[in-house]
Write a protein that binds this ligand. Structure first.
Ligand SMILES: NC(=O)C1=CN([C@@H]2O[C@H](COP(=O)(O)OP(=O)(O)OC[C@H]3O[C@@H](n4cnc5c(N)ncnc54)[C@H](OP(=O)(O)O)[C@@H]3O)[C@@H](O)[C@H]2O)C=CC1
Ligand SMILES: O=C(O)[C@@H]1CCC=N1
Length: 256
C-alpha cells in the first residue's frame, strides 16, 4: 500500500482524494484545518487530521493549499529524503520548494476531474518518481513538461475545466432558450462535450478533420460553423488561456 496524505482538502485536494479512493493500493490521510473540509472528504480516506505532523508521515505528501500558504505548511512539516512531496500550487516553482524540504519534490498541475479519474495533469521534474507516475495514472492522464511550460499548462489543464464549463453552459443555455428542459439540456450538452473529448483522445484525426466529419453537405452543422468561423470565439478562448498563464507567472513572481 502507498500512503498518500493530502494537506489542504478543499476543491482540488478533495477531488484528488476522491479519485484515489476509487483506485486500489492507497492508504489515504486527509489533513485540513477546516472541520467542514475534513468532513467532506471523510468517506474517501482512512484518516482525517488537522495536524500537519500526522500528514507528514506518508510516502507521498501532497501539498494542496493555496499558493500563499505553501511556505507556512512547509515550515511545519519535516520530511526525509525517502519521501516525496508533490506540490500542486499554481505558480509555485520547484526551485522555491526544494530548499524547504529534504524530500524529493515533484510539481504537478492537476485538475478537478481527478474526482472521476479523468484528470489531465502536467508534471515536471528531472526524474518523475514511479510512485507519482502511478498515482497520476490512477486518476487520469499526465504529460511530463519542462518547468518553463508549467504556466501555460496551468492555464490549459488546471484552469481549463472552468473554461470548458463556461462553453458547456453556453450550449446548455441555448438549448433551454429553444425549449429543452434545463436538465435535458445539461445532459445533452455535457455528454456531447464528453463524447467529443473522448473522440479526440481516441482518434489520430486532426480537429479540422473531425469538424468536417460532423458537417454534412448543406446540413445543419455547417450553418453553425460558419457563425463560429466568422466570430472571434477562438480569440476569446486564446485570450482566456493567456490571461490565466500570465497570472500563473505573476504568482511565481515573474515580472515579464
Ligand atoms: N481548484 C482547482 O481546480 C485547482 C487548484 N489547484 C491548486 O490547488 C491548491 C488548492 O486550491 P483549492 O483546492 O481550489 O483551494 P481551497 O481553498 O478549496 O482548498 C484549500 C484548503 O486548504 C485548507 N488550509 C488552509 N491552510 C491550511 C493549513 N495550514 N493546513 C491544512 N489545510 C489548510 C483550507 O482551509 P480554509 O478554507 O479554512 O483556509 C482549504 O480547505 C492551490 O494551490 C491551487 O493553485 C491546482 C489545480 C486546480
Ligand atoms: O485558479 C487557480 O489559481 C487554480 C489553479 C488552476 C486552477 N485553479
Amino acid at each position: 500500500m502507498i500512503h498518500v496524505s493530502v494537506i489542504g482538502c478543499g476543491n482540488m485536494g478533495g477531488a484528488l482524494l476522491e479519485g484515489l479512493s476509487k483506485a486500489d493500493g492507497y492508504t489515504l490521510t486527509a489533513c485540513d484545518l477546516d472541520p467542514d473540509a475534513r468532513e467532506a472528504v471523510a468517506e474517501f480516506v482512512d484518516e482525517t487530521t488537522d495536524d500537519t505532523g500526522v500528514a507528514a508521515a506518508a510516502d507521498v505528501v501532497v501539498l494542496a493549499v493555496k499558493p500563499d500558504i505553501v511556505d507556512v505548511v512547509l515550515e511545519e512539516i519535516d520530511l526525509s529524503p525517502e519521501q516525496t512531496l508533490v506540490s500542486i500550487a499554481a505558480g509555485v516553482r520547484t526551485d522555491r520548494l526544494e530548499p524547504q524540504t529534504e524530500a524529493s519534490v515533484v510539481r504537478v498541475m492537476p485538475n478537478l476531474a481527478a474526482a472521476t479519474q479523468n484528470m489531465a495533469a502536467a508534471v515536471t521534474g528531472e526524474e518523475i518518481p514511479a510512485v507519482v507516475e502511478e498515482l497520476l495514472d490512477d486518476v487520469g492522464e499526465f504529460v511530463a513538461v519542462d518547468e518553463s511550460q508549467m504556466d501555460i499548462a496551468t492555464a490549459v489543464n488546471g484552469s481549463g475545466p472552468a473554461f470548458v464549463f463556461y462553453l458547456l453552459g453556453a450550449m446548455q443555455d441555448a438549448g433551454v432558450e429553444r425549449g429543452l428542459e434545463p436538465e435535458e439540456a445539461r445532459t445533452l450538452a455535457a455528454q456531447t462535450f464528453k463524447g467529443a473529448a473522448e473522440t479526440v483522445l481516441r482518434s489520430e484525426r486532426s480537429i479540422d478533420d473531425l469538424i468536417d466529419a460532423v458537417c454534412s453537405p448543406n446540413g445543419t452543422t455547417i450553418e453553425g460553423m460558419e457563425v463560429l468561423w466568422d466570430s472571434t470565439a477562438d480569440e476569446a478562448v486564446t485570450d482566456a488561456v493567456l490571461a490565466a498563464e500570465r497570472r500563473s507567472r505573476e504568482l511565481a513572481g515573474d515580472d515579464e
